[in-house]
Design a protein around this ligand. Sequence first.
Ligand code: 5AD
Ligand code: SF4
Length: 454
Amino acid sequence: MNRVYIKTYGCQMNERDSEQVASSLRDRGYSMVDNEFDADVVLLNTCSVRDQAEQKAIGKAGYLAKRKRSNPNFMIGVLGCMAQNRGSELVDRLPDLDLIVGTQKFHAVPDHVDQLIKSYAAQGPRPTTILDLEEEEGSQNTIKDHLPKKDQVCAFVSIMQGCNMNCAYCIVPKTRGRERARPMDQIVEEVHELAEQGVKEITLLGQIVTSYGRRDFPVVGGKSPFVQLIERINDIEGIDRIRFTSPHPRGFKQDLVEAYRDVPKLCEYVHLPLQAGCNKTLRAMNRPYTKERYREIVDSLRAVVPDMYFSTDIIVGFPGETEEDFDESAVFFEDIGFDMSYIFKYSIRTGTPAETMEDQVSTEEKERRNHVLLDILAKRSLWRNEQLVGTVQEVLVEGPAKKGYKFVGKTRGYRNSIFDGDDRLIGQLVQMKVDRATASTIYGDLVLAGVDTI
Ligand code: 5AD
Ligand code: SF4
């Protein structure tokens, strides 16, 4: 009864939360398995940001529920954002669920699973669904443990939870609650431990990392708590690279721009959500900046790092976005020259201000706009990668590629890189001469002291 499989939907925060749950279950004696068929307990860690993500998880839970007919002791849990968003409504829809755990209660999962196993072992009537959706003070400090993994090169570190913004389309403030930062010392300690285990690259995670600790820690020497945190991680021996996701344009100030010049381990890749490249739409979305301000941030970053890579999130078909508004957004999107982007079709979220806005855009029109942006992105990302052909890039080796005998790694600019490698290179910085590029990947051979090897 002690084999658990966790399936994760959604963002990197969710991936990180799932790792925490896995680590705490393992400490409690459970064994984590890597497919649902071998598991006695399946936990779905869910996402609510778009309807499609919720529907996928609901579909999966319904499918899993059928297994209970042949094996009544099989247990199903729903964790995270959708659990928080839909709560007891989920039980009405899926009465076979054993466990529903919200975003501030991940640490309670082992207790609940223990409890369920006891109830099932007692062979009485089927235990009622456990619902645990309370807010909990300090819950942001519970996402701190990692599963020691062989050859782990890159790790995510959660630095805060929640979001105090009120973007009109977004469900996250409801599912994740108010902004809460972890103490800086604790985060630094966690990164030290990861470095000792051999981790080389750290990605700091939060809904709006630029807001990190702004009410808990003072600005020192013109530097925000977030920049102070980056500097402290830069000092940790063994760590080669630092990344973060996501900043907010409102909090992207000069101190952070200068960090790209002054902090050597901070990689030249920024994921900076734009959401719309039209001021009217930005205002309707309740995003507190203009496209001109966004442009200024991009320009100031390019001024310190000319070949900076940019990635973004953008939504098409927000209510009231006319064809002209969209065209303006698309022109801006092309002008900036994004190397990567997540392009989202607006999805109505119950309870958000945009839900009841007039002039909702049709599905076909959202689809069309989506393709316009995808085409712009495909051209630009291919062009940018092609610029690298013939150059030598520093690549951090992550491990064998999924298919074939090749190895994968990334450049500092987050270009996916494929080359002939060797297990001994995992976790090392190598030089790769690029000989071919697609929009998503660069290919090449390793060079050592100017000589082609391997
Ligand atoms: N519809 C479409 N995309 C959304 N996002 C957030 N809410 C919605 C929604 N209702 C996108 C935003 C955000 C990313 C994580 O998801 O672009 O940055
Ligand atoms: Fe949602 Fe806006 Fe907060 Fe991002 S900043 S999580 S889009 S409310």
